[in-house]
Design a protein around this ligand. Structure first.
Ligand SMILES: [Zn+2]
Length: 380
């Protein structure tokens, strides 16, 4: 019998929570605004962090043996649960904050498990039926920010570097061009020319402005502008324009997917054990097949040496754009909490339990490196 489990997903805008079990999935869902800068513009970082600890603690009922899995959208040290920073919640990077320690102090009755939100999404995606025999799975999220994680599905391990980090691809150097001329834009982290500067949601907005300035007449007559004039939000106007094969919309999509395709090409080149690449986040999920086709077009034009010529389907077979709900941080937090709690109960070094959907997940490296609560990682 599983202990009562509450799962919480903290993003820059919303804090969602629910009960979760492997058998029944998510029940009793709730949502509230995330207690961050947007909600409390006058509050200090110290006050905002205290509000977050309170919100997390309040979401977990006082029940014997209760377990809490938290999917947190911020930069975390995987090994310790210390948050490096969260620009959407707390503003520009400040001092590290021991979030896991703080919630343990306030609610010592709860068995807390903290994971980064990209890791949580990957846990959910990788646990689905049909992925039992994958060696490694890479999940990349393209939304307000960009990051990815690679899991070795055979062991459940998500390896990290000396800072407890993995997969911060949004802040890798990148180049971009529009209408045949290069573009150089600043990233939210303050550095010029990062992947996120061109390919994240805000990056796409900046690239759209560059395109509008470079081709003002064509833009005015284009399908995106027509949608905007009709009152559609940009995301909807962009998708509708792609549905009608509008040339400027296709140019924009090709430009903003190029830096992402560059990273994925390198990932597949360096690690042929990656059996599936999942693209999620508002940008990728919202554009769906258009996004996948644009990524594949880049990988067909400039592919993997020899492999793309001799076995072109090898790459295409590996790229998936997630459907809505297919990589849910709430479910991933539940999987992390359940497998972590089981590891705590049975002690270290024994085989991992079967994750929902089959296969072994969430154990080995993330759990064995310390207490099971210390599953956790990074995403800005
Ligand atoms: Zn950056």
């Amino acid at each position: 019998m599983n202990p009562p489990t509450v799962v919480i997903d903290v993003g820059g805008t919303h804090l969602r929570w629910a009960r979760w079990s492997p058998e029944e999935g998510l029940t009793e869902r709730s949502v509230r605004p995330a207690p961050g800068r947007r909600q409390h513009p006058q509050a200090t970082v110290t006050q905002l962090r205290a509000l977050m600890v309170r919100a997390l603690s309040d979401a977990v009922p006082a029940e014997p043996g209760v377990v809490a899995g938290v999917s947190f959208g911020a930069a975390l040290d995987h090994r310790t649960g210390v948050v490096y920073g969260s620009a959407p919640l707390w503003g520009p990077a400040g001092s590290p904050f021991d979030l896991l320690g703080a919630v343990r102090e306030v609610r010592p009755d709860v068995d807390w498990h903290l994971v980064n939100d990209v890791t949580a999404a990957l846990f959910h995606f990788a646990s689905a039926p049909g992925r039992e025999h994958h060696r490694k799975v890479l999940l990349a999220t393209v939304s307000t920010g960009i990051a990815c994680r690679v899991m070795d599905r055979r062991t459940g391990a998500v390896p990290v570097d000396g800072c407890g980090l993995q997969g911060e691809i949004g802040h890798l150097p990148a180049t971009a061009a529009l209408l045949g001329r290069s573009v150089e834009l600043g990233c939210d982290c303050g550095v010029l020319g990062h992947v996120a500067a061109y390919s994240s949601g805000p990056g796409i907005a900046r690239m759209t402005e560059v395109l509008r300035q470079r081709a003002p007449r064509e833009w005015q007559n284009g399908a995106v502008q027509a949608g905007l004039r009709a009152g559609q939000p940009f995301e909807s106007a962009f998708r509708t324009a792609l549905d009608s094969a509008d040339p400027l919309a296709r140019e924009l999509l090709s430009s903003v997917t190029s830096p992402v395709a560059d990273v994925l090409r390198t990932a597949l080149c360096l690690d042929p054990e990656i059996d599936e690449i999942a693209l999620t986040g508002g940008v990728a999920v919202g554009l769906g097949a258009h996004y996948r086709n644009a990524i594949l077009a880049h990988l067909e034009r400039r592919g993997l040496y020899l492999t793309s010529d001799r076995s072109p389907q090898w790459v295409a077979d590996r790229i998936t754009v997630c459907a809505s709900g297919e990589a849910d941080g709430l479910v991933g937090a539940g999987i992390a909490a359940t497998t972590g709690a089981a590891a705590t109960a049975r002690g270290k070094g024994t085989p991992a339990p079967e994750a929902p959907g089959g296969g072994v997940l969430g154990d080995q490296a993330p759990v064995r490196q310390g207490r099971s609560h210390e599953i956790g990682e990074v995403y800005v």
